[in-house]
Design a protein around this ligand. Sequence first.
Ligand code: SF4
Length: 198
Amino acid sequence: MSTTRPVRYNLNPIPANIRDNIAISEMPEGLQGEGYFATSLEKVVGLARKNSIWPLPFATSCCGIEFMATMGSHYDLSRFGSERLGFTPRQCDLLMVMGTIAKKMAPVLKQVYIQMAEPRWVIAVGACASSGGIFDTYSVLQGIDQVIPVDVYVPGCPPRPEAILDGFMKVQELVHNESLRRRNSVHYKALLNSYGIQ
Ligand code: SF4
């Protein structure tokens, strides 16, 4: 007669030294007392958005390799709630442009940006995306801010993963503190209009 051995699952796989250092996200400012906590919707939305940014990597050359390292277990972008990379613009809210952008690629980049839903943010990762880098030639776009608005620039050729994470955290600050009304403001519409985006 055969006997089935019970399968044992490790229900607590996180080592104690790591588990004890896990902190939950900070509470937004608000009023609290026994049995209640009150804050503004804007702060709660900012907190949720900040910790659930979905990046869309637009990687065309070497800086993309640094981004791969940033996603790896050592640097681990997942710690920021951003392990869900998307390659579909409609489901992402952070466009990360990494690499040299040829002028003929510029309309494609702009189309990807337009297809992203609001609110959306953009990081130019590395010298090429920020300014064309060493490629001051007729065929290379001298910075993606010639075709789309950029929120954060990360310097370096290439930037190390630490620098990419620093840029990402700067975006988190923007996301956290952004007014819910900003995307409907005259100022923001004028910014998009200056790029020919409705
Ligand atoms: S900034 Fe340097 S490392 Fe990054 S894509 Fe340009 S040449 Fe490559």
